[in-house]
Design a protein around this ligand. Structure first.
Ligand SMILES: C[S@@+](CC[C@H](N)C(=O)[O-])C[C@H]1O[C@@H](n2cnc3c(N)ncnc32)[C@H](O)[C@@H]1O
Length: 272
């Protein structure tokens, strides 16, 4: 951590004794993020191990080491692990949003103990348009599969908040193959849908991993196709579930919401 931020960090941390931190950590639990708050671990027995620190190690080198002057939006920030990391890299402004007030309380405490100047707000990804602001870097990590309307969320990120770079991560299930696909197939083509590498979004009607907030789990081809479809160009894939993307203007051919006139014309045989 550099200069002023480090001083603030030490100052903020000094207000709390180890015992006080331990007590607050217990009171704010259970934690999903295993943070290290002055030696106090918030989720030492996490079912995924030292999470998300071990995940972060897999793509930390792909994120600019110096974020001085940059603005960052961390969507589904949880207890703020990634928000804190972005602040450590010098980001001028970090805003973390989440729809769960208990996680936001953890994030605010963690930032306070770390002396990090981070804003946390209770806001759903579906409401990012209300921010009225684009960010240099948007983190959308571990949220897509928790959404009932995942493609809508990606569309909204493109439309409203991603200024330049999106860092995306999703749980994936199914084949890691990516089948080369034609732009179009005739109606009689059915076998393509059985190809392992065809984009596939698995619907969870009830619950997955004892978690009823899991709704849709893409295979790799689907995660990549959804990103492209929403207007994001994949520029780096440093870890199996993680993608660094640049925002691109959407292709004019198939804007979301405008498919019906094209379909009508197709059915009537009016297409050129
Ligand atoms: C699996 S955790 C991922 C946390 C963190 N981004 C990470 O990668 O470690 C999913 C987070 O998304 C949040 N979340 C779920 N639905 C959301 C929504 N509609 N808008 C914003 N956050 C949401 C949850 O509250 C939770 O904190």
């Amino acid at each position: 951590m550099r200069g002023g931020a480090m001083e603030r960090c030490v100052e903020g941390a000094a207000k709390w004794t180890r015992e006080q931190i331990q007590e607050r950590v217990r009171g704010l639990g259970p934690w999903f993020h295993n943070l290290d708050l002055r030696g106090v671990k918030t989720a030492p027995d996490h079912f995924l191990g030292d999470y998300p620190a071990f995940k972060w190690r897999g793509f930390a080198d792909a994120v600019p080491a110096d974020l001085t002057g940059k603005t960052v939006l961390d969507i589904g920030c949880n207890a703020g692990f990634y928000s804190l990391e972005m602040k450590r890299r010098g980001a001028a402004r970090v805003l973390g949003i989440d729809s769960d007030e208990d996680y936001l309380a953890q994030a605010r405490f963690a930032a306070e103990v770390s002396g990090a100047d981070i804003e946390f707000r209770n806001l759903s990804v579906y409401d990012v348009g209300s921010l009225g602001e684009r960010f240099d870097l948007v983190l959308f990590l571990g949220v897509l599969y928790h959404l009932r309307h995942p493609l809508l969320a990606l569309d909204l990120l493109h439309e409203h908040v991603v200024g330049h770079t999106l860092i995306f991560q999703s749980m994936q299930r199914g084949s890691a193959e990516v089948a080369p696909l034609e732009e179009d197939f005739p109606f009689s083509e059915e076998e393509i849908f059985d190809e392992a590498g065809y984009p596939r979004l698995h619907f969870v009607e009830h619950s997955y991993a004892h978690d009823p907030t899991n709704w849709w789990v893409p295979n790799r081809a689907c995660a990549e196709a959804m990103l492209r479809s929403a207007g994001f160009e994949i520029v780096n894939h440093p870890e199996p579930e993680v993608y660094l993307c640049r925002r691109r203007e959407r292709a004019a051919g198939r804007p979301p919401g405008a498919v019906y006139p094209a379909r009508r014309a197709f059915v009537k045989g009016e297409q050129a």
